[in-house]
Write a protein that binds this ligand. Sequence first.
Ligand code: ASP
Ligand code: MG
Length: 424
Amino acid sequence: MNEIYVEKFGGASVNSAQAIKNVSSILLSEKKKRVVILSAMGKTTNNLETILNYFYKNSEIDYNTIEISKKYHKSIIKDIFLTENIFLENFIDKTYNKIIENLNSSIGKPYDMVYDNIVSFGELIGTTIISKYFDSINLKHKLVYANEIIRTDNSFRRAKIDWQETKENIINNIKPLFIDTDLILTQGFIGGTQKKEKTTLGREGSDFSAAIFAYCLDAKNLIIWKDVSGLLNADPKYFENTEKFEEVPYSEAIELAYYGASIIHPKTIKPLENKSIPLYIKSFLSPKEPGTKIDCCSYTKPLMPSYIFKDNQTLLSIFPKDFSFIVEENIANMFALFARYGIKINLMQNSAISYSVCFDTIPSDLLKKLINDLSSIYSIKYNNNLRLITIRRYHEEAINNLIKDKAIIIEQRSRLTAQFLVKL
Ligand code: ASP
Ligand code: MG
C-alpha cells in the first residue's frame, strides 16, 4: 500500500465558506492518501460551552446562543452551496434539537460527561457540512466518526486513549478504506468509550487526534495547518517582530508546547517522536511555503530564544497554620487535592513554611471550594490575573527587555529556561 499522510485543519481553517474552499484546493493540489482531521468550525466549541454552562446555571436553554450558532452554520451552508441545501438545513435543525433534548435529559448526570456529549456536536456538524461540500465538487472521500475509532476511558473532558483498541480500530477499519478512496475525513478532539459514550481529549485536542492517527497508521508525516507561517519564537498577538523556526527537534517542541506556545497541543509530539514521524506546521494561507519541520534533527547552530506568555494565572500560597514545615506528607495531600480539582500546575516554589503554586485560573466557585478544603489545615493567600512569562534559551538582554517595569512575583531560572510570574 502507498504511504499514508495525516493532515489536520483547525477551527480557523474551516470558519467560512471561503476557508472551506481553500481547504479543498489544498487537498486537490496534491494527490496522496490522507486522513484529514477537522476541528469544529470557527468558534463553535466556545458557543457550545456557553450553551451548556447557561443550562447548568439557569436550568434553562440558552436559545439566544443556539440561534447564533445555528445561523452561523446555516450561513456557511448557504455561502458554500449558493443554493438551498434542504438536507443540511434540516440536519442543522435536527442537531440543535438533539442538543436541547440532551441538555433537558442531562439533569443528575455528571457535568463533564454532559460536556463531552454536547461539545462534540461541534466537530460532528462541521465534518458533515464539509463532507457534503466535498461530494458536491466530486472530491471523493469517506467520512468516519472518530468516536467510533478513538477508544478512550471515561475520564470525560480529559479522556485517556486506549492505544491498543484504538490501534486495532484504525488498522482494521480505517486502513482498508484506502483501497477505495484517497481521502478519509474525520473529527479531531472526540473519542468514545466502550459503552459508546462520547468523550473529548481536552480543549484544542485535535492536534493530538491527528498524532494518534499518524502514529497508528505509521504515517509518512503529519501536517498541522495554521493561520501562521509555522512555529514562531513568540506569539504575534503580543509581539511585533517574530521569527519562524525552520526546523526544531521534538524535544524542543515539547518544551515550547508545555510552556504554553499555543500553536501545538502539548500531547501531540510524543506519539510522533516515538515513531520518528515528522510534523510540519504550515500556513493554510500560503500552502506552498515550507513552514516549520519538527523532527529528530540535531541542530548545529543555537536555537533562538522563544518568548511565551501564559495569561489568566492564579497564584495560591499555602502556609501551615501551626508553622510546621511543609513536609512531604503535606505536599502529597495538596497534590491529591489539586488532581481532584483538575488543576494544571505551571510553576511551584516552596520555602520552609510556605508553598506557592501557579496554575491556569479555574472558575471562582471551584477556587472557593479548593480554598475551603485547604483551609482546615492551612492559611491561604491568592492572587488572580497574573501572567507567566517563559523565556526559553534566554539571554540577559532578552530578559531585561521583557520584564523591565513589571512587578515580579516569582522568578525561576534553569540552564535553558527563565520564568517570571508578573502582575499585569
Ligand atoms: N474544537 C475543539 C476546541 O476548540 C478542538 C480543537 O479545535 O482542537 O477546543
Ligand atoms: Mg477549535
